[in-house]
Design a protein around this ligand. Structure first.
Ligand code: ZN
Ligand code: ZN
Length: 413
C-alpha cells in the first residue's frame, strides 16, 4: 500500500470521516486543491486498492466523527454572516470561526492516530469555505492582511459577531489660529467629566484641530470615536502654514466607509474658516499611521523676535552667515520639564535667514532638524540651550510669534 492510502486507512478504520475531515489530514500534501477534493481522491485510491484485495470500501455512511457534517451548514453560516454584515459598509472582509471545543478535541484525537505533520485545523477550512460562499453571496472579496471587517461566526449557534476596522483618513492641516491645540484636551480639573471650570464641556480648550477635522468625518462615517495621529505637533500659539502638517484621522467603529472625502474637505474648510484648513484628504491605513509617527522631517519656521534695539542688522546678517548645519545642545525646556524627562539633545540648525528688521523687532526664517525647540534656540532658556541667538547677540531676545511654514516630509503636495 502506498503511504498515503495507508494513512487514510489508519484513520478510516477507526472512525467514519467526511471528505473534508479526511482531506484535511492530507492538507499539506498538495496545494491548489480543496480539502474535500483531497478527501474524495484519497478515499477513492484507498478503495481501489481494497477492491483489488477483495475488501470492503470505506464509504461515508453515518455522521462524520470529527465535525458531525458541519460543512453541510456552510451556506447557512454564510447567510448569517451576510445578514450581520449588511449593517455596515465595507470593501472587503475576512471570516473567523469559533468551533465547538469537542470538535477540536476529536480532531486532535485523529491527529494522534495518523500524525499531525500534513494536517490543517478545521477552523482554517471553515474560514475558507464560509469566506468563499460569502464572496459569492455579497460580491465582495476576502482580504487577509487588512480587512475592513471581520465576521466571527460561532458555528455552534450560527451566531455572527462583526468587528469593524477603524477608518483611516490622511490629509495635511493648516492652523491659522494661535489659540487652538492640535488634539482634543480634556479639562485639567475634571479630566473630561465636565465641571464648573470648563462650563460642563469637559474640555480645556473649546476646540482643536482634531475636532474641527475629525468631527465631520466621524459624522459621515457614523463612527463612535476619533483619534488624530499627527506628524509631530506645533505649540498652541504657533500657526501651521505652508503646505500643512501630515496627519491621519482614525475613526473607530465606522458604519459607513464609502464616504465622499472631497465633499468633507470642503465642509471642514468652510467650518474651519480662519482657524483650520485641510488639504488632500484621502483614505489611509494603520501602516501609514506608523510611518507618520516615525517620521522626523526637517522643518522651517518664521519667527518674529523682539530685540529691543540692542542689536544691529549687519551683525545679525553676519551671525546668520555662520549658521550652516550648526549643532546646538538643548536641555529639556523649562516649560515642558514637568512632563518630559530632563535630557540633553543635540540638534542641528540647518540655516537662518533675516527676512526683515526694524528698530524693535526682526523676522527670521529658520530651517531646523526635527525635534528642535525653536523658541529656546532664540531666547536660550536661561542657558539650557547652547548656543542660542540670545547668546550669539549677547542680549535678551523675546519670541513674539512663531509659525511653522514647512514640514519637509518629502511628499508631493
Ligand atoms: Zn467532517
Ligand atoms: Zn472640567
Amino acid at each position: 500500500m502506498n503511504p498515503l492510502t495507508e494513512r487514510a486507512e489508519k484513520a478510516l478504520s477507526q472512525h467514519d470521516l467526511c471528505d473534508h475531515c479526511l482531506g484535511r489530514l492530507f492538507a499539506r500534501v498538495s496545494t491548489g486543491l480543496t480539502n474535500d477534493v483531497r478527501g474524495i481522491s484519497v478515499r477513492m485510491a484507498l478503495n481501489v486498492e481494497l477492491a483489488l484485495e477483495d475488501k470492503d470500501p470505506y464509504l461515508h455512511r453515518s455522521s462524520c466523527y470529527v465535525c458531525e457534517d458541519i460543512f453541510d451548514t456552510v451556506p447557512r453560516f454564510a447567510q448569517a454572516a451576510a445578514e450581520a454584515l449588511s449593517k455596515v459598509e465595507f470593501n472587503n472582509f475576512l471570516v473567523g470561526t469559533r468551533v465547538d471545543p469537542l470538535i477540536s478535541e476529536r480532531e486532535e484525537q485523529m491527529w494522534s492516530i495518523v500524525g499531525q505533520e500534513m494536517t490543517e485545523p478545521i477552523k482554517a477550512e471553515l474560514n475558507q469555505e464560509i469566506g468563499k460562499a460569502l464572496e459569492k453571496l455579497i460580491a465582495k472579496p476576502v482580504e487577509f492582511k487588512a480587512p475592513d471587517v471581520v465576521a466571527l461566526v460561532d458555528t455552534r449557534f450560527a451566531h455572527v459577531e462583526i468587528d469593524v476596522a477603524p477608518l483611516f483618513v490622511y490629509g495635511r492641516y493648516l492652523k491659522y489660529s494661535r489659540e487652538i491645540p492640535q488634539t482634543y484636551w480634556p479639562c485639567r480639573t475634571c479630566k473630561g467629566k465636565g465641571c464648573q471650570k470648563c462650563n460642563g464641556t469637559g474640555k480645556q480648550y473649546q476646540t482643536s484641530v482634531q475636532e474641527i477635522i475629525a468631527g465631520p468625518i466621524m459624522r459621515a462615517a457614523e463612527g463612535e470615536e476619533h483619534f488624530m495621529h499627527g506628524m509631530g505637533r506645533e505649540d498652541i500659539d504657533a500657526r501651521m502654514l505652508g503646505t500643512g502638517r501630515p496627519f491621519v484621522i482614525e475613526i473607530r467603529d465606522p458604519k459607513k466607509r464609502l464616504i465622499d472625502l472631497k465633499a468633507l474637505e470642503e465642509e471642514v474648510n468652510a467650518s474651519g474658516k480662519d482657524r483650520v484648513g485641510v488639504i488632500g484628504l484621502r483614505f489611509s491605513t494603520r501602516e501609514e499611521v506608523r510611518e507618520i509617527k516615525l517620521a522626523s522631517p526637517d522643518k522651517a519656521y518664521r519667527v518674529v523676535v523682539a530685540h529691543h534695539g540692542k542689536v544691529n542688522k549687519e551683525r545679525v546678517i553676519e551671525v546668520f552667515h555662520t549658521i550652516d548645519r550648526t549643532c546646538i545642545s538643548q536641555q529639556t525646556p523649562s516649560r515642558v520639564q514637568h512632563r518630559r524627562a530632563d535630557l540633553d539633545r543635540q540638534k542641528t540648525i540647518i540655516m537662518a535667514e533675516l527676512e526683515s528688521f526694524d528698530q524693535e523687532t526682526m523676522t527670521i526664517f529658520l530651517r531646523t532638524q526635527s525635534g528642535t525647540y525653536v523658541k529656546e534656540f532664540v531666547h536660550g532658556d536661561n542657558g539650557r540651550t547652547k548656543p542660542s541667538l540670545s547668546e550669539l547677540f549677547a542680549t535678551p531676545l523675546e519670541v513674539l510669534a512663531l509659525d511653522v511654514v514647512e514640514i519637509n516630509d518629502n511628499t508631493e503636495v
